[in-house]
Design a protein around this ligand. Structure first.
Ligand code: ATP
Length: 361
């Protein structure tokens, strides 16, 4: 069952188009992340789903019901923003059960839900504390709890973790996933943080400049990015993309990578894809999907910088203005100035049309 359907959704602010014809279906009980850089239109999309902004064109359906003209308070959605909105003169408990008290829910029901949410969000010991003295981390947890208390069928969260500290964010990622599993809610989660999207979402909608670039599971967008934007944006660091020209040889098709020489012979499906690109290709491989090989094999590049980040080492490589990155274990012994030879894993190669940026498959 589809919980939310966006059809040809457009939003203009004066002469500026913040969202260009978005189509997206979100399943019942699905956790969908809207992911993209600042200004890509994530919040605008979310505000229209919530009923805070009117679409300029297109439709929003909840199930088969058109939401045009339905006020925010009547959509049955819970909404949590980046900046918590907590009543500081109330206790944690009073904040949590505020909505249910206003709705005159039975006392036993209020107590049951408060206990369940307090347990999920580890607020049990703080229920009778005044909100005024609590940290930003805890206040955001209370804000999430207050919305969750209403058990909305649709739960919208707009960067709810961007103001909490890193350790707490990691804990909250797990707790939000628990809330969603517990209540089987449809969650739409706006973030510019791919780690949040990758770890929590069932599917990710990647956006850029008001355009939906790709919708897929975290692994789909990581393994098979639809275009060069998604290839670079997903992954830390993003995918390496090198300008190349397909060249036919006796053994098969290779990609000429200029100063780096030629790639290994492509397998049949990749070669067929490469032949479709008339204006050249972008040769893509993930920094974590390469091996160091002996001189004479692979792509020769010079180490410009070595970034050690604990478990892994990111090696920045350069050759005649062409740059790439490679990620190795932390015991890899490479030094600045070394000439190394890289062989991307054959199954991990991705090709993109140089003219359009679209993946060639
Ligand atoms: P961020 O993470 O920075 O909020 P976002 O992807 O959520 O980014 P939106 O807030 O949806 O982006 O904004 C998309 C574009 O629309 C931006 O260029 C923004 O400046 C513009 N915009 C948003 N709201 C308005 C408004 N009320 N009037 C004019 N322009 C707006």
């Amino acid at each position: 069952m589809t919980a939310i359907r966006l059809e040809n959704l457009v939003k203009r602010f004066g002469g500026f188009t913040a969202l260009k014809s978005m189509d997206l279906s979100i399943g019942d009980g699905e956790f969908m992340a809207l992911l993209g850089p600042s200004g890509c239109g994530k919040s605008t999309t979310m505000n229209m789903i919530a009923g805070m902004e009117e679409p300029s064109e297109g439709r929003i359906l909840f199930g088969d019901r058109d939401m045009a003209g339905v006020a925010m308070g009547r959509r049955g959605v819970g909404f949590v923003f980046q900046n918590y909105a907590i009543f500081t003169h109330m206790t944690v408990r009073q904040n949590l059960d505020y909505g249910l008290r206003m709705a005159r829910s039975p006392k036993a029901e209020i107590a049951r839900r408060t206990a369940a949410i307090a347990d999920l969000l580890q607020l049990g010991d703080l229920l009778d504390r005044p909100a005024s003295g609590l940290s930003v981390n805890i206040l955001q947890r209370v804000a999430i709890g207050r919305s969750a208390m209403m058990e909305p069928a649709i739960f919208l969260l707009d960067e709810p973790l961007s103001n909490v500290d890193a350790a707490f964010r990691a804990v909250m990622r797990t707790e939000l996933k628990h809330i969603q599993r517990e209540f089987r809610q449809t969650m739409v989660y706006v973030t510019h943080d791919q780690l949040e999207a990758m770890t929590m979402a069932d599917r990710i909608a990647v956006m850029d400049h008001g355009v939906l670039q790709q919708v897929g599971t975290p692994l789909e967008v990581y393994n098979n990015p639809a275009n060069v934007f998604v290839a670079r944006f997903i992954g830390a660091p993003g995918m390496n993309l090198l300008a190349g020209v397909p060249v036919e040889g006796a053994e098969g098709l290779r990609i000429d990578l200029g100063a780096l020489g030629r790639s290994a012979v492509l397998d049949a499906p990749l070669a067929a894809a490469a032949r479709r690109a008339k204006g050249g290709v972008q040769f893509g491989f993930r920094p974590e999907q390469v091996d160091l090989v002996a001189a004479g094999a692979g792509l020769g590049m010079t180490v410009g910088f070595v970034e050690r980040i604990g478990a892994r080492t990111i090696v920045h490589l350069e050759r005649d203005g062409i740059t790439a990155k490679a990620v190795f274990d932390n015991d890899t012994r490479v030094l600045v100035g070394d000439l190394v030879h890289l062989a991307p894993h054959p199954g991990a190669l991705r090709l993109f049309d140089a003219a359009t940026g679209a993946a060639l498959r």
